[in-house]
Design a protein around this ligand. Structure first.
Ligand SMILES: C[S@@+](CC[C@H](N)C(=O)[O-])C[C@H]1O[C@@H](n2cnc3c(N)ncnc32)[C@H](O)[C@@H]1O
Length: 334
């Protein structure tokens, strides 16, 4: 097995020689549209050598934005571990449905096997023993099943020889991004000193309002003005400084200047897409605005996918500047 790994490490699977530029090599698992990758690459010390996600619509966005490597769309369960190129860090925002309240509290027993994907990560770490990893998930992973799920995760990682630390970070308090998005970050290092020296980023002031990330005008299809819901929501949506959501029966106003957590289910028929008001009317955020509110750069390319897919991709992703801050802290100790 080891021989095979060495063989794969010299030449990239697609036959491309990897230059030795001193950067740490990362694999981007459950890569989605590459939010974690963008954050790590901004930290300068890392380069991606393998990317995987079995969602083919993500491939459209991912491959448009990254020349190399292109997104491998096999299920990670079908990727032989010895086929992975040599790497130093495993990165993955593994699927959260199995752990989130929205996923019906099924945890490891999720019948679509999603909870078990954590164990695939564990297998890869166990066989390849990279220097470090970063895992990202929903905040309530920690409280799931009265904390038992998280204990299993921590014990598994420790038994594999990693020293771990975890923290819940919020995009609006830790990344100057006006989105109230709390996520748990778990880092692990094989070297005890590196783990001890690692610090999660501190809070920073939120200086940006959602206004700076939303356009004055948008295509007519995003406006409610001529839609049946308009009459029900128009009186409650009265401030241009607040972001609202339609919660089946009522309008919910969010904290001033801040967007509520963007979620993957924004893609399901436009439900939950945050609503704003300006001189032209009342409208949903556009997919592009959702990407900006995850801190993706303006130049990030979005293809001609249905809006529902793009909302889903944005909600499933991460806040890029927050990942960049975590990556910089990891770079300091590695
Ligand atoms: C929470 S999202 C991660 C998004 C990513 N961090 C980003 O920046 O876009 C989880 C991803 O895991 C992928 N996924 C779920 N099961 C998978 C499997 N068996 N193999 C590969 N990818 C899988 C989903 O398609 C989804 O894109």
């Amino acid at each position: 097995m080891y021989k095979k790994i060495v063989q794969y490490s010299l030449v990239y699977p697609q036959g491309v020689e990897m230059k030795n530029d001193g950067k740490l090599k990362t694999i981007d698992l459950f890569a989605g549209v590459g939010g974690i990758r963008l954050g790590f690459e901004k930290a300068k010390k890392f380069k991606t050598v393998f990317a995987n996600d079995f969602d083919k619509t993500c491939k459209d966005t991912y491959d448009r934005n990254f020349d190399f490597p292109k997104l491998d769309t096999r299920s990670i369960l079908d990727v032989p571990i010895e086929e992975l190129p040599e790497f130093d860090l495993l990165l993955g925002g593994f699927p959260c449905q199995a752990f989130s309240i929205a996923g019906y509290r099924k945890g490891f027993k999720d019948d679509k096997g999603r909870g078990n994907l954590f164990f695939r990560i564990a297998e890869i770490l166990g066989e390849r023993k990279p220097k470090a990893f970063l895992l990202e998930n929903v905040k309530n992973l920690k409280g799931h099943d009265k904390g038992k799920t998280f204990k299993i995760i921590e014990k598994t990682l420790t038994d594999l020889g990693y020293y771990t630390k975890n923290e819940v970070l919020n995009s609006m308090t830790h990344a100057n991004i006006p989105q109230n998005r709390e996520r748990i970050f778990i880092v692990g290092f094989r070297d005890k000193k590196q783990a001890e020296n690692f610090k999660f980023p501190e809070t920073i002031p939120l200086k940006k309002s959602f206004r700076e990330l939303t356009a004055d005008e948008a295509d007519n299809k995003y406006y409610y003005n001529d839609k049946p819901l308009y009459k029900r929501i128009k009186d409650d949506i009265d401030s241009e400084e607040t972001v609202y959501q339609w919660r089946r029966k009522y309008v919910r106003a969010n904290k001033k200047g801040v967007v509520p957590t963007l979620t993957a289910n924004m893609g399901l028929g436009g439900h939950n897409v945050p609503i704003i008001k300006n001189h032209k009317g009342i409208r949903k955020l556009t997919p592009r605005e959702c990407f900006l509110i995850q801190g993706f750069p303006d130049k990030f390319k979005l293809g001609h996918l249905a809006d529902s897919k793009l909302y889903h991709q944005a909600g499933n992703s991460v806040t890029v500047p927050l990942i960049e801050r975590v990556a910089k802290e990891m770079a300091k100790v590695l």
